[in-house]
Design a binder for this molecule. Structure first.
Ligand code: ADP
Ligand code: MG
Length: 343
């Protein structure tokens, strides 16, 4: 049997009439990074707080390193769990230096050992010269690294991070992401990272889980969820999609982009991704370029049927060969890039 760094089994948590968590199951493998994606209010922070022991449960169990730490009766306190936590706003102690913040969770050690271990963690996150600084003297990125060092110093099996990059300038994020991943990999610590930024999550994740209205819609390898989403919401969670309404009959649905197989008959939604939508300039094409955007290698086209009705389609094309606004184009899709869901 695999011992997971962290395992959530059928968790439910209700606040008044809001089901913040509804039968959530999730497992985090040792040393792996799991990204939890979901819109605002979907239950991400509640799940993290339950896993950390900051919130109680109405049903279900949490196991950390194979040991029961939460069920309806028991909530092992956060500091007794083999877990570290990095909060959205870092939550550093304002009256303590960076070094003292990192040393805070090391109360089981003698004072010299605490200082030495805290200093070595500051060094590992590249802040060996900032140990004496107070949080308000540190930049956002530095505070985040102190928070990471503080979470990792007690040698947890997993760390839980709530939107760890959301307060940072975009140009800092990529650097911090890669240095954070390197630090985690070196420490062999698993991480559950909450994000509402898909690109950011996919850049760091070994696994993804998508949460909506307190339920896990889908989880797995990022590539698998991207290629075979189980719902329109799951498809959207891993990147841009466009969608068309259709009516499937005898296992097929006819659309302006062709006829596709459908696992259901009746009203369906046919969707695909801009990067999978193939565009060929053609005067007899059935679509019209309404708009084009983008400054880099790729442009995103907004397209509509030449008759001027029906839903918009978006397509990503090479900027060098992008058709002009007003150009008629033909669109095509590979069958494996088309997803059909019940409407
Ligand atoms: P997310 O982090 O994905 O934005 P949250 O877990 O913070 O979502 O919240 C999920 C839902 O639970 C929301 O509807 C939120 O208003 C509600 N909620 C969260 N915490 C509390 C609380 N302590 N009291 C009442 N409602 C809460
Ligand atoms: Mg939140």
């Amino acid at each position: 049997m695999i011992t997971f760094a962290l395992e959530a089994c059928n968790l439910s948590r209700t606040f008044g009439t809001v089901k913040a968590l509804d039968d959530v199951s999730l497992s985090l493998e040792a040393g792996k990074v799991l990204a939890l994606l979901g819109q605002s209010g979907s239950g991400k922070s509640t799940l993290l707080r339950v896993l950390a022991g900051l919130e109680s449960l109405d049903a279900g169990e949490v196991y950390a390193d194979g040991r029961l730490v939460s069920d309806v009766r028991t909530t092992v306190p956060p500091e007794k769990r083999p877990l570290g936590m990095v909060f959205q706003d870092y939550a550093l102690f304002p009256h303590l230096t960076a070094l003292a913040n990192v040393a805070f969770g090391l109360g089981h050690l003698g004072k010299p050992e605490r200082r030495a271990l805290a200093a070595s963690w500051l060094e590992r996150v590249g802040l060996s010269n900032r140990g004496g600084a107070f949080p308000h003297e540190l930049s956002g990125g530095e505070q985040q690294r102190v928070a990471l060092a503080r979470a990792l110093a007690p040698n947890p099996r997993a760390i839980l991070m709530d939107e760890p990059f959301s307060g940072l300038d975009p140009h800092l994020r990529a650097d911090l992401q890669s240095s954070m991943l390197a630090t985690l990999a070196e420490a062999g610590v698993a991480a559950l990272i909450v994000s509402h930024d898909t690109e950011e999550a996919l850049a760091v994740a070994d696994q993804v889980a998508i949460i909506e209205h307190g339920r896990i819609l889908q989880s797995g390898l990022p590539r698998d969820v991207y290629r075979a989403p189980k719902s329109l919401e799951a498809a959207r969670a891993l990147g841009a999609v466009w969608s068309l309404d259709g009516l499937a009959q005898n296992g097929q649905v006819a659309t302006r982009l062709g006829t596709f197989e459908s696992p259901f008959d009746g009203p369906v939604v046919v969707c695909s991704r801009p990067e999978a939508t193939l565009v060929t300039a053609s005067d007899s094409g059935q679509f019209n370029v309404i708009d084009r955007r983008g400054v880099g290698r790729f442009m995103t086209l907004k397209l509509q049927g030449v008759t001027g009705d029906g839903a918009f389609i978006t397509a990503q094309v090479e900027a060098k060969t992008a058709p002009e606004i007003g150009q008629h184009v033909a669109l095509s899709l590979l069958p494996e890039d088309v997803f059909v869901f019940k409407a």
